[in-house]
Design a protein around this ligand. Structure first.
Ligand code: CU
Length: 197
């Protein structure tokens, strides 16, 4: 009987220890899943959706201070994009058919104002211009803390997803306030953003 009790106690101790060990591991999981989340968009011309003009890659990482940062890489390579600067934003809906279906700029929250020219450059989805050279090659590298790829209030993967838009004109960032076209005007290219599993 004493042996039976001893074995029982040992088993109980083992179970408690296992729970403690796995419990500790479980608490580490969120941090691991918050970094190295990758998303991509294949960017297509708004004039002809068959024309693939570039690729957007987003990668979330956690800074030393614990801030979620998203590294942004946009590559463009198509004759259909004119040389010069072009506005780039995350727009509020994962729909490029047609490009206007991507709606306004991604700007979640209780005071959301997605109006492209009317609330610029204060949207969460606002990004710097991309510069395209004479050979129609362009490359944008930047980092934003305005959006996340993981779940949460700033997640671009909300109920209707998000898209990237490249505009025909440069973004002036609307220094005089609302002015038609100050956020880049017409839409040149669009890509639905998808998480890479
Ligand atoms: Cu835009």
């Amino acid at each position: 009987m004493a042996n039976f009790l001893r074995i029982g106690s040992a088993l109980l101790l083992l179970l408690v220890t296992m729970q403690w060990v796995f419990g500790e591991e479980a608490s580490d999981v969120p941090e691991q899943t918050l970094s190295d989340i990758v998303a991509k968009a294949q960017v297509h011309s708004c004039a002809d959706a068959e024309v693939h003009v570039g690729t957007l890659t987003l990668q979330q990482r956690i800074s030393d201070e614990g801030i979620k940062l998203v590294d942004v890489e946009l590559e463009l390579w198509s004759d259909s994009i004119e040389a010069g600067k072009h506005a780039v934003h995350i727009h509020e809906t994962a729909n490029c058919t047609p490009c206007s279906a991507a709606k306004g700029h991604f700007d979640p929250g209780p005071h959301s104002n997605t109006s492209p020219d009317g609330n610029h450059p204060f949207h969460m989805g606002d990004l710097p211009n991309i510069e395209v050279d004479e050979n129609h090659q362009g490359s944008l590298r930047t980092t934003t803390s305005r959006i996340t790829l993981s779940d949460g209030p700033l997640s671009i993967f909300d109920s209707d997803g998000s898209a990237v838009i490249v505009h025909v004109d440069a973004d002036t960032y609307c220094p005089e306030g609302e002015e038609a076209g100050c956020a880049g005007g017409a839409r040149a290219a669009c890509g639905v953003i998808q998480r890479v599993e």
